[in-house]
Design a protein around this ligand. Structure first.
Ligand SMILES: [Zn+2]
Length: 325
C-alpha cells in the first residue's frame, strides 16, 4: 500500500487579503486561494476565519496535513507562537496566534515574520537554493529584508537582523516612518520614488510620465517610472539611477554585515528589471572595495518566487520543524 502523502499548509497574512496554500515536501504548490482579511478589532474573528479557510483549502488536496505555518506582517515571538505587534492588523497585537490556531485546527501551527518567510522560501526553493548565505531585500512600500547564514534564516534575539530598511544611508536625508532621517527605506522606498519623480516633473521637463499618468501627478507610481525608463525616458532613467544608487549603497552596508553568497531582490519595485538592477550593480561594483576583494555585482539577482515567496515560506516553516524532528 502506498503511504499517504504529507502536505504542509501555509498562510501569507496581509492587512487586506490573505493567501492560503498547500505545498508538498519539494515545495510544489498543490492548491492556493486568496481571501479578504476580516475588518475587526476582535482577534478571535480573524483566527476563526483563518482556520475555516485553511480547512476549506486542505479538504480539496489529497494528503495528510502535518502542520500550518503563518507569515505575520509584524513582530512575533516564534517559539511561543506569540504575535507581539502587527501594525497593519492591530487586532492581532499581543495574541497567542499559533496556540489558538492549533487548538482550532488540531495540528501544530508555527508563525514567523513575513520577511523571514520570504527569505526562507527563496533560500530553499528560489534564487538562493544553491547557496547557504544570502541577503534578501524586499523593495516595496517599505524595504524589508532577511538574512540567511549557514543555510538558516536568522533574526537575532530581538528579531532585528534583516531590518535593513532602517539602516541609515543618508543621515541628512528624508524623515522615515520610524523617526530616523535618511533610512534606506526613506531614500528608496515607494514614497521616495514618487516624491523624487514629482519634483523632477515640476521643473517643467518633458517626460513620458505625464501621458502615463494622464497629467495627474497624484497617479505617479513606481511602475510608471519603470515603464518609462524601459522606453528610454530621460527623467525616468534619472530617477531609476538615483534610486538604484541608494539601493546599492544600502546593499554595500548589508554585504559587510552579512557576507552573503547572493543578494536577492524581491518586491514590486524589483520588478523594474534592468533599468534598476543596472545602477544597483554599478554602485555596488564601485563601492564594495574592501581588502578581501569586492563583491561580484553579478551575484545581485532578482527573486524567483515573486509574490508567492511569503506563502511558500510560511508552509516551509512546517517542513523545517519536521526536519528538526
Ligand atoms: Zn527608518
Amino acid at each position: 500500500m502506498l503511504e499517504e502523502r504529507e502536505i504542509a499548509l501555509g498562510i501569507d497574512l496581509g492587512g487586506t487579503t490573505f493567501v492560503v496554500g498547500a505545498l508538498d515536501w519539494e515545495g510544489r504548490e498543490l492548491a492556493s486561494a486568496s481571501f479578504d482579511t476580516p475588518h475587526t478589532k476582535d482577534s478571535s474573528v480573524i483566527l476563526e476565519e483563518l482556520a475555516t479557510r485553511v480547512q476549506e483549502v486542505a479538504v480539496g488536496v489529497e494528503g495528510r496535513p502535518v502542520g500550518l505555518g503563518v507569515g505575520i506582517p509584524g513582530v512575533v515571538e516564534p517559539e511561543r507562537g506569540h504575535v507581539v505587534r502587527c501594525p497593519n492588523l492591530p487586532a492581532l497585537d499581543d495574541t497567542e496566534a499559533a496556540p489558538e490556531l492549533s487548538t482550532r485546527l488540531g495540528m501544530p501551527v508555527f508563525i514567523n515574520n513575513d520577511a523571514y518567510c520570504a527569505t526562507l522560501a527563496e533560500l530553499r526553493w528560489g534564487a538562493g537554493r544553491d547557496v547557504e548565505n544570502l541577503l534578501m531585500l524586499t523593495l516595496g512600500t517599505g524595504i524589508g529584508g532577511g538574512v540567511a547564514m549557514g543555510n538558516r534564516v536568522i533574526r537575532g534575539p530581538r528579531q532585528l537582523i534583516g531590518e535593513i530598511g532602517h539602516s541609515i544611508v543618508n543621515p541628512e536625508g528624508a524623515l522615515c516612518g520610524c523617526g530616523n532621517h535618511g533610512c534606506f527605506e526613506a531614500q528608496a522606498g515607494r514614497g521616495a520614488i514618487i516624491d523624487m519623480t514629482i519634483r523632477k516633473i515640476q521643473t517643467g521637463r518633458e517626460t513620458l510620465l505625464l501621458s502615463l499618468c494622464e497629467g495627474d501627478l497624484s497617479r505617479i507610481d513606481p511602475r510608471f517610472v519603470a515603464l518609462a525608463a524601459q522606453q528610454g525616458d530621460d527623467l525616468a532613467v534619472e530617477v531609476m539611477n538615483e534610486v538604484g544608487h541608494w539601493i546599492g549603497v544600502g546593499i554595500c552596508t548589508g554585504i559587510v554585515y552579512t557576507d552573503p553568497d547572493l543578494v536577492v531582490l524581491g518586491g514590486g519595485i524589483a520588478a523594474a528589471g534592468e533599468v534598476l538592477l543596472g545602477p544597483i550593480r554599478r554602485t555596488v561594483a564601485a563601492r564594495s572595495l574592501i581588502s578581501q576583494g569586492k563583491f561580484d555585482p553579478r551575484q545581485i539577482v532578482p527573486a524567483q518566487l515573486g509574490n508567492k515567496a511569503g506563502l511558500h515560506g510560511a508552509a516551509q516553516l512546517v517542513w523545517e520543524r519536521v526536519a528538526e524532528g
